[in-house]
Design a protein around this ligand. Structure first.
Ligand code: CMX
Length: 134
């Protein structure tokens, strides 16, 4: 498989409106998009830092992955996403190496990317995502 760069780093927050001003007014980044991803039960806010993005995640349902994460661990680093070439083949390849997949096939994520998650128990505690722009 080939990972080309860190596509985004995602941070779980309780409330987008409360956290966006830190990134804009303190770090000087610009929120260029707010999008709800119904499938993942989140609202997202995006900032660019070079070719990498910061993605803030607010749960739209307390029983969703981000809702459960906030309840258990509080706000903080939620996952890291690698841009990969050939997401289906990458998933097949790493599954054959014994890595536990959450998504065996890619699905549609924010910004229309194909995305798939690897289980944090297989990746040294960091929820890891692959994504590909097609
Ligand atoms: N990072 C690291 N560990 C995590 C984690 C995260 N983001 N989320 C959960 N875990 C750990 C928990 O701490 C827990 O560990 P322990 O058993 O040691 O306590 C274990 O995983 C199980 O957690 P859980 O709360 O019982 O939750 P589930 O097993 O029901 O689900 C997971 C965990 C990772 C499978 C689920 O969160 C998932 O499918 N995530 C992928 C999808 C996702 O996160 N979507 C939101 C973002 C979408 C987007 O960016 O668009």
């Amino acid at each position: 498989m080939e990972a080309t760069h860190i596509e985004h780093i995602a941070i779980a927050v309780k409330n987008l409106n409360d956290s966006i001003p830190f990134y804009e007014n303190v770090l000087g980044l610009k929120c260029y998009s707010i999008e709800e991803v119904k499938d993942q039960k989140v609202k997202t806010a995006f900032f660019k830092v070079g070719q990498t993005k910061i993605e803030l995640l607010e749960a739209t349902d307390p029983g969703s992955p981000v809702g459960k994460f906030i309840e258990k661990k509080g706000e903080g680093l939620h996952h890291m996403a690698f841009a990969v070439k050939g997401i289906e083949n990458s998933l097949e390849e790493i599954e054959s190496k014994g890595i536990r997949l959450i998504d065996k096939k890619p699905r549609k994520g924010a910004e229309g990317l194909d995305i798939a998650f690897l289980h944090p128990k297989s990746t040294f505690g960091v929820l890891t995502e692959f994504c590909e722009k097609k």
